[in-house]
Design a protein around this ligand. Structure first.
Ligand SMILES: Nc1ncnc2c1ncn2[C@@H]1O[C@H](COP(=O)(O)OP(=O)(O)OP(=O)(O)O)[C@@H](O)[C@H]1O
Length: 489
């Protein structure tokens, strides 16, 4: 299901709610930009509409946007280049045509990012930019004084309950949801001025309730202390999206740990499309966790939590019964905790990302778990060989993905067969699926698909992943599938 905070993101400034003064000040800044040529800082708590306002403004003024944020890991000269290009295209044409709005998100965090050369570089870019620049920040005073002094400032306040309720009401009407006014009030009350959270909560409740009652909102909050296994049971098997979210508040786990528990156990009960949806939610949760790490802004934990609990529960297509042996995140958890395992994971994810034209994060969260499930203990040998060839994996990687011990005959055989497959492909000269495979034979070519080399981290790292080798299933599925390289992606 679409994320309502995206569906209902304001597309014009007049739709930005509850911050009328800020909104008007921003519009005025843009109208007079030609005269003052200053950048503007939008600051305020998460989820109150700063980013939305910047984009709505660009939309109203017909300015294309250029977006950058502090976690982008780009270098200061790239910032300069982009701002510079934007600057030139602006001066070429008089009267505002060719104007671009540069949006710098997480502007309170540039100082912490050495890649940007700190906030001094940012301040320089801002001062010399001849295009309008919007800086977005949670913490005004985390920005350097010179940066603050060189910009105009617009404060976004927490959105009042009075302004949140009508937004929720509009959404209910558009979604055709029956509601009690008190239910909306209760949601607004709970979310403390954060409109994004209010919309998330509304969606979580609406996912299961036919009618939005105050009781549904309130009972969902009931205090319970629970263990992690109860929580898994609820998120995966029984709870509505809202119950799952609220239940997670009572569990004593950080979101960083919780995501591993859920990710590791959800494939035990979910499959097919619902598993894909669950993984997509976990990928979003992971992005928020990444944002917390980049910005140290722990209020984003909430959005991570929403996605990993309510999102996963909402992915459930049919009721789940019975008892499942949930376990602590063994193998996937180690991905996060041991350097070597993380490196192996990232190597495989990078190969998947390159060959599938997707982001590392999607590869890691959405594709890799599938591959791992399908090749678990190498049960589908053809597929495991194909995967090994296509992604140029060595024994370490194959062991990591399949969970089989890397020194076993099974894995050695698979790596050897994959090598043969690549050589055959090279001889046949078929392009496309085998493109990367051919390169790996030489070992020194340039290009994106670099083969594993001595500089590949993790190669000789001893920190092992689980190698709980299971015997006896070797080759059982060998002739069941004729999967070729092109077939499985
Ligand atoms: N003032 C508002 N008016 C209308 N919708 C809003 C407003 N504030 C937040 N929203 C809703 O919440 C979502 C998140 O808002 P937005 O990203 O603009 O917040 P933000 O203040 O930039 O937060 P952050 O600092 O976390 O990026 C929007 O997509 C929109 O659905």
């Amino acid at each position: 299901m679409a994320d309502w905070t995206e569906t209902y993101r304001p597309s014009t400034l007049s739709e930005v709610r509850g911050n009328d003064k800020a909104r008007d000040a921003l519009r005025e800044w843009a109208e007079n930009w030609e005269d003052h040529r200053k950048a503007v800082i939008l600051h305020g708590s998460p989820g109150v509409g700063k980013t939305s306002a910047a984009h709505a403004l660009a939309n109203d003024f017909d300015w294309p946007t250029i977006e950058l944020n502090a976690s982008d890991q780009r270098k200061a000269d790239i910032v300069k280049r982009i701002a510079g290009e934007a600057a030139q295209s602006g001066t070429l044409t008089e009267g505002g045509a060719g104007r671009r709005l540069v949006i710098l998100d997480e502007a309170d965090n540039f100082h912490g990012n050495v890649d940007y050369g700190g906030s001094r570089a940012v301040t320089d870019v801002i001062k010399s930019a001849s295009q309008p620049v919007v800086l977005i920040a949670n913490e005004f005073y985390d920005m350097s004084q010179s940066l603050r002094n060189n910009c105009e400032t617009v404060e976004f306040r927490d959105v009042s309950k009075r302004s949140i309720v009508p937004v929720l009401r509009d959404i209910c009407r558009q979604e055709g949801i029956e509601f009690e006014a008190e239910a909306l009030e209760a949601i607004a009350e709970n979310t403390d001025g954060d409109l994004r959270s209010a919309i998330n909560d509304l969606q979580a409740i609406a996912e299961t309730e036919d009618r939005l009652t105050e009781e549904a909102v309130v009972t969902g909050e009931r205090d319970r202390t629970k263990g992690i296994f109860d929580l898994l049971d609820e998120v995966i098997k029984t709870a509505s999206a809202q119950e799952a979210l609220y239940a997670s508040y009572d569990v004593d786990e950080t979101p960083d740990d919780l995501i591993n528990w859920i990710e590791d156990n959800v494939p035990k009960d979910f499959s097919g499309a619902e598993l894909a949806d669950a993984y997509a939610s976990l990928a979003r949760a992971d992005q928020w966790l990444g944002r917390v790490r980049a910005t140290q802004n722990y209020s984003y934990w909430r959005y991570a939590g929403d996605n990993m609990t309510a999102g996963v529960a909402a992915a459930r297509r049919e009721p789940k019964g019975g008892w499942t042996r949930y376990g602590p995140p063994s193998y996937w958890r180690k991905l996060g905790s041991s350097r070597g395992a993380r490196d192996r994971r990232d190597y495989v994810a990078r190969k998947i990302a390159e060959s599938g034209g997707m982001s590392m994060s999607s590869a890691r969260r959405e594709v890799l778990p599938y591959l791992a499930a399908m090749t678990h203990h190498c049960k589908n040998r053809e597929l495991t060989v194909a995967m090994t060839a296509r992604y140029e994996l060595d024994a370490d990687h194959v062991s990591f993905v399949t969970g089989s011990g890397k020194d076993t005959n099974k894995i050695q055989g698979i790596v050897a067969d994959a090598q043969r497959l690549r050589e055959e492909a090279a001889v046949e000269g078929s392009e496309g699926a085998f493109e990367g495979a051919r390169r790996s034979n030489g070992g020194s070519e340039e290009g994106r698909n670099e083969p594993l080399g001595p500089d590949q981290p993790g190669e000789n790292d001893d920190s092992e992943v689980d190698t709980d080798e299971s015997n006896g299933d070797e080759g059982t599925d060998a002739d069941e599938s004729q999967s070729g390289l092109g077939d499985f992606m």
